[in-house]
Design a protein around this ligand. Structure first.
Ligand SMILES: [Zn+2]
Length: 303
C-alpha cells in the first residue's frame, strides 16, 4: 500500500490536513458525527461517505435529505442562521518516485440562510463551488489525484444582524391623528449625525404645533357635562365653595369639523393652569447595551 500519511499545505483553500477514521460499513451511516463547535457555531457535524462513491454530485445527492433536515431543524430554532458546507477528501500525491495519501479539507464560506432561501439551488451552488475548488487544487501542479471522498461537513452559525429597525404603530388611543405618526430609517455613513439632524427637524415641527393655540370648541353635550360636573377631571377632587370651575380643553386637537370637540372636562382654575403642555420632547431608546448609544449622545453635543 502507501507510506504513512504526510502533512502538507499545498493550497490556500486547504485549511488543514485532517485525521479521520476511514468510513466503514459498521459506521452509523445515517447519523451525524459531531465536531467540536467553536466561535458562534451552533452546529458542526459530518456525514461519512459510507456509500463509497467517488463522484461528488452523486455523493451530494446521497447526503441531500439529511443535510436539508438538519438545516431546517436549526432554522426553526433560530430563524436567522449562517450555513456552510465543506468536504474532506483523500488525495494521492505523487512525489518523484513515490506516492502518498493525504487528506484535505475544503470548506466554503458561511452564507446567510433564512426561510426564503431555496435549499435546492443553495445546495447545487455549493456543490459547484466544491467541484471548482477540487479542480483548481488538482490543476495547480499539486500532482494530486482524488482518491476518496471522506465526508461532507456542515457548519451552522447564529446570524446576528448588525442593523435592524422596528416600527411599532402607536395605540389608537394615542394616535388619534395618524398623519403625525411617521417612521424614518437610515443606514449609511454618519448615522449619528443624520439621527440628530432628523430629531431637530421633528422637534422644530412639534414646537410649531405647540405655538398654535386652538381655541375651545364645545358641543351642547360638553356644556351639559360641564354644568353638571361636581368633580375636577384633573385632580378628581370636588369643587368647593369659592373655587372657580373652568372649562379645560386641549390646545392641540385640530378642529376638523364643526362637531369636533376639544373639551376635556370641568376643572379647578388652579389645576387647569398647572396642566400645561410639556416643554420637552421625550425620546426613547431601547434594547441598548453598554455604550450602544454613545455616538448619538456625543453628536447631540454638537447640535
Ligand atoms: Zn382640580
Amino acid at each position: 500500500m502507501y507510506p504513512p500519511t504526510t502533512k502538507s499545505r499545498a493550497n490556500e483553500d486547504v485549511l488543514s490536513s485532517c485525521e479521520l477514521p476511514p468510513p466503514s460499513p459498521s459506521d452509523e451511516t445515517k447519523t451525524w458525527v459531531a465536531i467540536k463547535c467553536f466561535n458562534n457555531r451552533i452546529f458542526a457535524g459530518r456525514l461519512l461517505n459510507y456509500e463509497n462513491t467517488k463522484d461528488m454530485s452523486e455523493f451530494f445527492k446521497y447526503k441531500e435529505k439529511l443535510l436539508h433536515e438538519k438545516i431546517d431543524e436549526y432554522l426553526s430554532l433560530h430563524t436567522l442562521i449562517k450555513v456552510a458546507i465543506g468536504i474532506r477528501c483523500d488525495f494521492i500525491i505523487k512525489k518523484s518516485d513515490t506516492e502518498v495519501i493525504d487528506a484535505f479539507h475544503f470548506m466554503l464560506n458561511l452564507q446567510h440562510y433564512d426561510q426564503t432561501t431555496e435549499f435546492a439551488s443553495w445546495y447545487n451552488d455549493s456543490l459547484n463551488k466544491i467541484i471548482g475548488r477540487l479542480d483548481e487544487f488538482q490543476q495547480r501542479g499539486s500532482n494530486a489525484t482524488l482518491d476518496k471522498i471522506l465526508c461532507l461537513e456542515l457548519n451552522i452559525a447564529k446570524f446576528d444582524p448588525m442593523k435592524g429597525g422596528t416600527y411599532i404603530p402607536l395605540p389608537k388611543s394615542v394616535n388619534d391623528d395618524s398623519t403625525k405618526n411617521e417612521y424614518y430609517s437610515y443606514s449609511g455613513p454618519d448615522v449619528a449625525k443624520w439621527f440628530v439632524t432628523k430629531l431637530k427637524e421633528i422637534v422644530n415641527s412639534i414646537e410649531e404645533i405647540y405655538e398654535i393655540i386652538i381655541p375651545i370648541h364645545m358641543t351642547e353635550e360638553n356644556e351639559r357635562i360641564f354644568q353638571s360636573s361636581t368633580m375636577c377631571h384633573i385632580c378628581e377632587k370636588p369643587f368647593l365653595e369659592g373655587q372657580v370651575k373652568v372649562r379645560d380643553h386641549c390646545h392641540l386637537t385640530p378642529l376638523k369639523t364643526p362637531q369636533t370637540s376639544n373639551f376635556r372636562g370641568a376643572a379647578h382654575e388652579s389645576c387647569n393652569l398647572n396642566y400645561k403642555t410639556a416643554n420637552f420632547i421625550p425620546v426613547f431608546f431601547h434594547n441598548g447595551f453598554h455604550y450602544d448609544f454613545n455616538c448619538f449622545i456625543r453628536e447631540m453635543g454638537y447640535a
